[in-house]
Design a protein around this ligand. Structure first.
Ligand code: SF4
Ligand code: FES
Length: 369
């Protein structure tokens, strides 16, 4: 019997006013008309709590494009879940913040694309995003909620990392997550424009390490290093279907946010089965649990129960075989593809997602560049 999951990643929508080139959402996005209804999310949140989840991360796309977000937060709290909102912040105004606080929101995780306005606008693909984010941070702190800033870093904003850390202090964040891009979905299409070289990575690690020591007691800094310079893979999601599960905007129940990229696995849908049935009994969730599925060189490896063979989605994206050892491992026969990708990276133009204004709720005054 599988242990209970700790947290549910609820992807409320794929719609988003930003168009970040490193987005890990699928290349094919769920359209608004296929999204789960308020009532369906309320049921799913109850099932998550009953299954043993303690937290829900309300994510997207941009979750604040959904008008029913306060009702969904209230349902999460009603089910006894700790409710964390993962947002770009550009639609988070005072009335919405007040409704979210009233609904019982516990925590806000706010993304920043760069330290200064021009870079942030270019990377996020939205004019005027930075002042809106600053205002969102102010509203979160004014409401007394804890704030985490999330900075996805890459070749084009790493030179500004020190100033992004200063932003986190200015905006009153208690925590900053500095996360190198993970190359799934749209991010993989932009890999050449995003991958840092070794010298950039080493400098980023130096900046983070220095700041972690200097800011002890003021700001916690988490650091997620990139697979492409690693010798061992990360334990993606803490291991397949061990700690987390996700639900996509259209209701597919997934072991990780990128699982829809995998072909050949049939992921159940909340419209047809319960979260418990998916978690405990579905072939897709059981496909890579534990170590029994592992091929060589993972099979029998001393690290097998630490990294669980790495990331299935990365293995599939880079080798075409979701059962293969993650190429981030130096023991993988495909390890060289990572070094080749680093060597060929440069700074070509970004490929942005093609959202139209109609993809976003027309009631919001969103200025798309
Ligand atoms: Fe991890 Fe497999 Fe590499 Fe061993 S061989 S370190 S289990 S990815
Ligand atoms: Fe799917 Fe790593 S993102 S297993």
């Amino acid at each position: 019997m599988a242990d209970a999951p700790l947290a549910l990643l609820a992807e409320l929508t794929h719609r988003c006013p930003l168009r970040c080139p490193y987005c890990s959402n699928p290349v094919e996005l769920a359209r608004a008309g296929t999204e789960l209804s308020t009532g369906e999310w309320e049921r799913v949140l109850g099932e998550a709590a009953e299954l043993g989840c303690l937290q829900v991360h309300l994510s997207g796309g941009e979750p604040t494009v959904r008008r029913d977000l306060p009702e969904i937060v209230a349902a999460a709290r009603g089910a006894g879940l700790y409710a964390n909102l993962i947002t770009a912040g550009v639609l988070l105004d005072a009335p919405l913040m007040a409704r979210l606080v009233e609904a019982g929101l516990d925590h806000v995780q706010l993304s920043i694309q760069d330290a200064e306005e021009a870079g942030a606008e270019r990377i996020g693909g939205m004019r005027g995003a930075m002042p809106r984010k600053a205002e969102a941070a102010r509203l979160v702190r004014e409401a007394g909620l804890p704030l985490t800033l999330n900075a996805v870093v890459h070749r084009q904003n790493l030179p500004n990392l020190s100033r992004m850390i200063e932003r986190a202090l200015e905006w009153g964040a208690a925590r900053l997550e500095v996360a190198h891009v993970q190359y799934y979905g749209w991010a993989l299409l932009n890999r050449d424009a995003l991958l840092p070289d070794r010298a950039m990575l080493d400098e980023a690690t130096r900046v983070v390490t220095e700041a972690q020591q200097r800011l002890q007691g003021r700001l916690v800094i988490d650091y997620v290093v990139p697979d492409y310079h690693a010798k061992r893979p990360k334990a993606c999601m803490g291991g397949w279907a061990r700690r987390f599960l996700g639900v996509s905007p259209a209701g597919r129940i997934l072991p990780c946010h990128a699982a829809e990229s995998l072909t050949g696995l049939d992921f159940p849908n909340v419209r047809e089965v319960s979260l418990r049935a998916a978690w405990e009994d579905s072939p897709a969730f059981n496909a890579f649990r534990g170590t029994g599925w592992m091929p060589a060189p993972c099979r029998g490896c001393e690290h097998a129960e630490q990294d669980w063979g790495g990331c299935r989605c990365q293995a599939f994206a880079l080798t075409g075989d979701m059962r293969a050892t993650d190429p981030a491992c130096a023991l993988s026969p495909h390890h060289a593809v990572l070094a080749e990708a680093v060597a060929s990276a440069g700074a070509p133009d970004f490929r942005y997602r093609g959202f139209t204004r109609e993809d976003i709720l027309p009631s919001h005054d969103v200025r798309l560049s």
